[in-house]
Design a protein around this ligand. Structure first.
Ligand SMILES: Nc1ncnc2c1ncn2[C@@H]1O[C@H](COP(=O)(O)OP(=O)(O)OP(=O)(O)O)[C@@H](O)[C@H]1O
Ligand SMILES: [Mg+2]
Length: 323
């Protein structure tokens, strides 16, 4: 026990996963500290759920090792499962049961006495603001309420580590904000969070972020560290002909990326070069924007592709490709 208490919350070494011909994870080495909020950010099909499932003991790796709170996620599943809470990408509530009973049954499942399970359910209904809907069938809740009940369910056994896989998919802004406030409260009590998302704004509050693409971690660090890797500020130009603008910029010593948002340039002093560019570009600029790099820009810079919005596997739009 003392041994596992001193270990990182999560540690993987050389993790590979193959589904037949699909090589979903291609050598993942990660370490997540206790008390950390850690985000795995990547596009559809990147391997997030696969890595998540291995860490949460639901899937065996093809190669390599994953340790969770000091225990082997493949060989010591029981020890791991007793210590973690999981919110899945797919809904997992018992629709016909009341919210209260969903929580109560989960308590029993984790080995709480009937009395303790009931008390824990009541406590979670209160702290997560679910008292009003406690008696309602889970299937009759709104999307946001359902997700909060799923979070409550994951917290029933007071886990040391909380796994969240795309936990707020499909929720509106308010519901998402409320959900993350609860997660932050859990982190405030010393809990560790491992979350996956393909929304950069959901990864932003994390202590550290791993960017995953095609089964590989392509960058890892705090949000600030990742943004610093872009190497300057962002200049975004929406023109009448972005492809032509990009060609001209390349011929004039710049390194543009073309995305759905427009032509993107990384410049040490974007505001300083803007007037000269506007004056000499051979196409009309409809809109020009200067901003600090976002995680989206980091991903675009590293892969030449956009992170959000598009379904799996769009052809790279940026003519420049990989830097
Ligand atoms: N059971 C399976 N059998 C075969 N291939 C699979 C299976 N599960 C996932 N894959 C493939 O493995 C790759 C990674 O999938 P995974 O579900 O881990 O991605 P993800 O990052 O979670 O994507 P999303 O954002 O869409 O949830 C994809 O190419 C996917 O098609
Ligand atoms: Mg997934």
């Amino acid at each position: 026990m003392s041994d596992s208490a001193a270990s990182p919350a999560l540690e993987t070494r050389g993790l590979h996963k193959r589904y037949g011909a699909v090589h979903a994870l291609r050598g993942i080495d990660l370490s997540v500290r206790r008390g950390e909020m850690f985000a795995l950010l990547g596009p559809n099909g990147a391997g997030k759920t696969t890595l998540f499932s291995i860490l949460a003991t639901l899937l065996r790796p093809s190669e390599g090792e994953a340790r969770v709170l000091g225990f082997d996620s493949a060989r010591e599943r029981v020890q791991v499962r007793q210590r973690i809470g999981i919110v899945f990408q797919e809904p997992a509530l018992e629709g016909k049961l009341s919210v209260r009973d969903n929580l109560y049954l989960m308590g029993l499942f984790y080995g709480l006495s009937s009395r303790a399970a009931r008390a824990r359910a009541i406590e979670l209904l209160r702290t997560l603001g679910l008292e009003e809907v406690a008696g309602r069938e889970a299937q009759k809740l709104s999307g946001g309420q359902k997700r909060r009940v799923e979070l409550a369910r994951a917290l029933v056994a007071t886990p040391e580590l909380l796994f969240l896989d795309e936990a707020t998919l499909g929720l509106d802004v308010d519901a998402r904000r409320q959900f993350w406030a609860e997660v932050r409260r859990y982190v405030g009590t010393g809990g560790t969070v491992f979350l996956t998302t393909h929304y950069m704004d959901e990864a932003e509050p994390a202590d550290r972020i791993a960017l995953i693409d095609h089964g590989r971690i392509i960058a890892l660090g705090s949000p600030q560290e990742l943004k610093a890797r872009v190497g300057g500020g962002i200049l975004l130009l929406a023109t009448d002909d972005d492809a032509q603008a990009a060609t001209w910029l390349r011929e004039h010593g710049h390194h543009p990326e073309v995305s759905e948002r427009g032509v993107l340039l990384v410049e040490p002093e974007p505001a300083t070069v803007l007037p000269a560019l506007l004056a000499s570009l051979p196409v009309r600029t409809r809109r020009a924007e200067v901003h600090e790099p976002s995680l989206e820009d980091v991903f675009l810079k590293l892969t030449g592709r956009a992170l959000e919005g598009s379904p799996a596997g769009p052809a790279p739009r940026a003519a420049g490709g990989r830097p």
